[in-house]
Write a protein that binds this ligand. Structure first.
Ligand code: AMP
Ligand code: GLY
Length: 427
């Protein structure tokens, strides 16, 4: 069959890499793709938000199945458009994707269906929001309601910081995403990401991961889209996964179906494992980046039939096998990220690095020109490795990083530290 993947990041490279290995794929396209994706798929110059061009491409090329990677085309209704055009796809409708695109929507759903999450309030004006924050005291979490490219969450250590955050969100800095503010109780515990395929009715848990959001070693500095990740997350024991399915994911899937907006696609639950049990921090309605890179490295089975089953409502007929190994990915970014950085700097040494056993390098922001690989984005490479333990996967990934010659790039040196400390404790 002919498959089209939408997106251009490391997540889409990992998805294309996994899908390209499927025996049922005849031809794989990626729109728009990147320098690394071009090794496993034909990259086509179509933008993820140009829905007309995507539908036209699907018709012209007789595409059988589309996999949508990023959040914005999903939230803006690409899956709905494809459905109207008679094209099968993987991903939720815009109505179901409100689980990600409106934090207030999700908090209200949790309240209605008794799903454990941080206590909260929803506000459309600054004065009432500030009153609420003052009443609760610090630390407290202030969030823009809509998609804000990962920048709409402020953990306020003082009430004054909370007030400043409320003013900032209502100032219009986040556009329509900041029309409402959600204020939440600060949760203490260990964070984990949990991924579950859904076909509207049935669910199939994938695997767990932990990521490092801060830019510098020791989890310091500003938040980023993610500087590295590993799977599995040690805190997500099989019992904890069952509990999260029972208390959080299954009630959500049932609620969405009962409201007439069944969730199809991958539900990515951001969790805080607190001393009172798991609590939902947020949902994403798509695969995580860079978590998908480690998940795909651990998956033994063909991913494509599972993605198609999400569309067809046949997920109860699918089971997936996972490697017992751990996987870890180190993000290499352009110096300056998440602030300003130089573009089109040259990367060498990728061949030698990816020739190491158990290593895959996924590209997140590159293009090729005359046989050279150039960095085009903030997050640029995901150097990914598997190993018997997280420590072994980490050692392999950093060995590969050492072979990459990119003076304008940098990475964290401690990805996986929490899991490795646990492994040492056990040893
Ligand atoms: P979100 O975009 O909602 O996942 O928030 C981004 C990050 O902020 C999360 O990964 C957490 O590290 C942190 N965070 C969000 N909400 C809370 C909360 N209620 N308590 C503690 N930390 C939070
Ligand atoms: N790595 C976090 C995300 O994809 O949102």
């Amino acid at each position: 069959m002919k498959v089209l993947v939408i997106g251009s990041g490391g997540r889409e490279h990992a998805l294309c890499w996994a899908i390209a290995a499927s025996p049922i794929v005849g031809k794989l396209y990626c729109a728009p793709g990147n320098g690394g994706i071009a090794d496993v798929a034909e990259c086509v110059p179509v933008k993820p938000l140009d829905f007309d061009a995507i539908v036209r491409f699907c018709r012209d090329q007789a595409i059988d199945f589309v996999v949508v990677g990023p959040d914005d085309p999903i939230a803006l209704g690409l899956v709905d458009r494809l459905t109207e055009a008679g094209v099968k796809s993987f991903g939720p409708s815009a109505a179901a994707a409100k689980l990600e695109s409106s934090k207030g929507f999700t908090k209200d759903l949790c309240a209605e269906f008794d799903i454990p999450t941080a206590a909260y309030g929803r506000f459309a004006d600054a004065a009432t929001a500030k009153n609420f924050a003052r009443g609760k005291g610090a630390p407290i979490v202030v969030k823009a309601d809509g998609l804000a490219a990962g920048k709409g969450v402020i953990i306020a250590e003082t009430v004054a910081e909370a007030e400043a955050a409320i003013d900032e969100i209502f100032s219009g800095r986040f556009g329509a995403a900041g029309a409402e503010v959600v204020i939440e109780e600060f949760l203490e515990g260990e964070e984990a990401s949990f991924f579950v395929l859904c076909d509207g009715t049935h669910t199939l848990p994938l695997a767990t991961a932990q990521d490092h959001k801060r830019v510098f070693d020791g989890d310091k500095g500003p938040n980023t889209g993610g500087m590295g990740a590993y799977s599995p997350a040690p805190v997500m024991t099989p019992e904890m996964c069952d509990r999260v399915m029972r208390e959080i994911v299954e009630p959500t899937v049932k609620a969405m179906a009962s409201r007439g907006t069944p969730f199809k696609g991958v539900l990515f639950a951001g969790l805080m494992i607190t001393k009172d049990g798991p609590k939902l921090i947020e949902y994403n309605a798509r695969f995580g980046d860079p978590e998908t890179q480690v998940l795909m490295m651990r998956l033994k089975s063909d991913i494509l039939p599972a993605l198609i089953a999400c569309h067809d409502g046949m997920l109860d007929k699918v089971s997936l096998q996972w490697k017992d190994e751990a996987a870890l990915t180190v993000v290499m970014a352009s110096k300056g990220y998440p602030g300003d950085y130089k573009k089109d700097t040259i990367i060498n040494g990728l061949k030698a690095a990816s020739a190491l056993a158990g290593v895959q390098i996924f590209h997140a922001g590159t293009r090729t020109e005359g046989g050279r690989v150039l960095a085009t984005g903030g997050r640029v490479l995901n150097v990914t490795a598997t190993g018997k333990t997280v420590a072994e996967a980490q050692a392999k990934a950093y060995r590969a990083v050492g072979l990459i010659d990119w003076p304008e790039g940098f990475c964290r040196r401690d990805i996986g530290w929490r899991a490795i400390e646990r492994e040492r404790g056990k040893a």
